[in-house]
Design a protein around this ligand. Structure first.
Ligand SMILES: [Mg+2]
Length: 237
């Protein structure tokens, strides 16, 4: 018997290679709009965007406002005057086309789906996340997709997780595990909602703040062993 019956996965940088999708989508939109496409331009956008998502995680800015403001700030810093809402829409369309999985993600989900119910729980933007999920092979193994924009609450808000539990019919909270790369939204959020949480930390980053994950894992292999037990990891399903 697996240690958990339900695994809730974060999407970006837990199963999907968001960094790659983001860079490719940006390059495409920038060149289409006649911007210089280089490391400097990318770094400028990325730092503006990261700063705004950090504010979102702390509950200081709404997603709707954030996604437009990032391009308003960026185009202003570049000395241009593109319509930021239009810029964002175009970028999200491109982002939805890049469904790059991290190496091993598909095999991980396929193995776990043999014994657990899998869900994807993400704070991303619905337009981009639905596109990427629809194009990814994970669709076959992940039964549920929850996107904050559609749920009406976002990680780490317990209201987000409660909506997820209710929709999935998940009552035994001790049978569920949240897995994600973000200590605040995934780990702290999962713990606050009453389930165990594994911090996916492949780079071995130092743990910041006072969040205490139930587990810290460096690889998908560790996660499989954690859920299935060591003897079952190699067994064909
Ligand atoms: Mg993530």
């Amino acid at each position: 018997m697996p240690r958990y019956d339900y695994i809730l996965f974060d999407a970006d940088n837990t199963l999907f290679d968001f960094d790659r999708a983001e860079r490719e989508a940006l390059c495409r939109v920038l060149s289409r709009r006649g911007y210089p496409v280089g490391e400097e331009t990318l770094a400028l956008y990325l730092s503006i965007n990261r700063g705004l998502w950090a504010r979102f995680d702390r509950g200081e800015i709404a997603q709707r406002e954030l996604v437009v403001k990032r391009f308003a700030d960026f185009t202003r810093a570049m000395g241009r005057s593109d319509d930021p809402a239009e810029f964002n829409r175009e970028y999200l369309m491109c982002l939805g086309e890049g469904a790059y999985l991290l190496p091993g993600a598909q095999e991980l989900c396929h193995t776990l789906a043999g014994v657990c119910t899998l869900a994807l729980v993400t704070n991303g933007v619905a337009l981009a996340q639905r596109g990427r999920f629809g194009r990814s092979p994970l669709k076959a193994d992940i039964r549920w997709l929850f996107i904050s924009e559609e749920v009406g609450a976002s990680k780490p808000d317990p209201a987000f997780f409660q909506a997820v539990f209710q929709t999935m019919g998940l009552e035994k909270l001790e049978r569920a595990l949240m897995v994600g790369d973000n200590l605040l939204t995934d780990v702290k959020g999962g713990l606050a909602a009453g389930i165990d949480a594994a911090w996916y930390n492949p780079q071995g980053l130092p743990r910041s703040g006072d969040v205490r994950p139930t587990y810290e894992i460096r690889s998908y292999e560790e996660l499989k062993e954690l859920v299935l037990g060591p003897e079952d990891v190699q067994a064909p399903l």
